[in-house]
Write a protein that binds this ligand. Structure first.
Ligand code: 5GP
Ligand code: ZN
Length: 116
């Protein structure tokens, strides 16, 4: 556990290896693992190892870390799909955020549905 871990946070526990996950890639500062309920042929969550509640707090504090998350997602999209992808940061409950450790949803593979 590092000083930035949040003890009750699901994704901190995945980062620490205390809860198993299908990890597809990692870097010094971020890991990527498959979403437990995939919404696309490739649906991977990319999270910084440090705990931030959402992308707003993350971007305000660690732009390098944010670039690292995006870079890791980009690499995974090339490894597991054809390099074309959608990245979504749900931010706040009204936007659908349910886990309050910032995560990028990487959606790829096949044709993704358009937004309404
Ligand atoms: P949010 O709703 O916060 O944007 O996204 C949270 C995501 O975490 C959801 O897509 C959900 O399926 C995924 N999720 C929830 N619990 C687990 C888990 O224990 N393991 C993994 N791999 N994904 C999870
Ligand atoms: Zn956390």
């Amino acid at each position: 556990m590092t000083s930035t871990d949040s003890p009750d946070c699901l994704f901190c526990k995945i980062v620490a290896g205390d809860i198993p996950a299908d990890v597809v890639a990692s870097s010094d500062t971020a890991i990527a693992f498959r979403d437990i309920a995939p919404k696309a042929p490739v649906h991977v969550l990319v999270v910084p190892k440090e705990h931030y509640p959402d992308v707003s707090a993350f971007a305000a504090t660690d732009t390098e870390g944010l670039a690292g998350v995006i870079g890791l997602a980009d690499g995974v999209a090339s490894e597991l799909a054809d390099g074309q992808y959608r990245l979504i940061f749900n931010t706040g409950p009204k936007a659908g955020q349910s886990v309050f450790h910032v995560h990028a949803h990487l959606l790829a593979g096949g044709e993704l549905p358009g937004f309404a």
